[in-house]
Design a binder for this molecule. Sequence first.
Ligand code: GLU
Length: 516
Amino acid sequence: MSQTPRLRFAPSPTGPLHIGGARTALYNWAAARALGGKFLLRIEDTDVARSTKASLDNILEALSWLGLHWDEGPGRGGEHGPYFQSERLALYARHGEELVRRGAAYPCFCTPEEVDAMRAAQEARGARTMYDRRCRNLSEAERQARLARTPRPSLRFALPLDRVVRVHDLCKGEVEVNTAELDDWVMLRPDGMPLYNFACVVDDHAMRITHVVRGEEHFLNGIKQILCFEAMGWPAPAYAHIPLILGKDGRKLSKREAAVAVLEYRDRGFPADAVFNYIALLGWSYSGDQDVFSRDEMVARFRIADIGKAGSKFDEEKFLWMSGDYIRRMSLERVLEEAAPHLVRGGIPGGALHSHRDWLRNVLACLQERVRVYSELPDKMRFLFQDGIALDEAARRNLDKEPGARAWLRAYAEHLRQVALPPSYPGPRGACDTAVRLPVSKYEPHAAPTGLPCATPVDLEHDARAFAERLGVKFGAFVHPVRAALTGTTAGFGLFDTLFLLGREQALARLLAAAG
Ligand code: GLU
């Protein structure tokens, strides 16, 4: 009987979703999609003290932002719910009892203090720390007597002793583990809360999970789980334990790097598609020479068996490059849409997003290739919204070093009075703006011309060249003071794009102000 592939992401809501967790989610999602199966989200919230609503919300939001939509789980429902482990306690209790009946689990009466003392004594002897199985070896009479005194013991798994477990891990290959390396682990606490390995087995079975992709740190848990599946008489899913993500230097990702939450990248202005793409590459490659791909392209090629066996490196520089690459290749409308919250947060008037949308798109056309993340945009465009501009030191030097510069600026301002410049923000860009012939390909076509024709950036440049010639000034020398006057800096995008976007009132006022 062929089974529908079913994969799951099973986070514990004890902190925000980090890069490592997002990668696990992404590979399970991609495998489910590639195999034509289902992707489930299960919340492993049995650690009541550490689970928080804020973490849960963060995880759900980050997954949704990355486009890792789940078919079953919180907010979506499904036949195998509830999808919060804290709501499935009766199921764990029932299966725990079943394992006791089968002799594969036993009640443990040891208090946490006794277990701690046992560990301390083992450490003092230099022995391996593990549960010494004292409750496993109780006689039946003793067990009944203890049960009468302690009706709610914890439950431990009775590990098969000295057995070699052979597994075929889809990532690690054939691996053998001797059960001597493992402990009789706690399955259920006296308060009825299951521990991770047990709840995971019960739920992976109940939810018909067929494949599990997760971090290598769970490999030994996987062995415990396989033995538990076996004791229950259930088939275990196929496992792929994937290598850790390493820092750029090839060592384990530092606390600082590892702790970066996915939503922090959103807040820093990375596009979601770029974050998805970069995370996908942390252990898998699309092809030898192509790093940039869409979700659909990934799904078309993804196979669990192709996840790399060596740890992949997290390289923030490459991540930033990829983010910039995504921004460069997006439509201006999309850039505007995704950048909007960053613009507002960076002090750009929110109203402009409605009243000056065409103009803003053209501003973004000039900046699209100059930023790596959206949050770099506001600083580069703020000068267009200000009434007047203060010159920074380099701009002032530029103005001072050319003796005639102030006179040129005054003359240029006078000259520009005759030129059909569009109005400055917050003036209505409407008529003049939409009438522009668009000779510069990076501008998006505007609506049909409705007003008087304006000068275009290309027109403005031709005109400025002729003007400088009439002044008897080299064009190269002329543009520096003009840039300083218009932008207050020595950097920025094309000068005549700047003049065009800055518009008439601000251009004249700034040229005259700088002329002194
Ligand atoms: N709740 C576990 C974790 O977040 C799940 C591990 C698993 O996928 O089995 O690490």
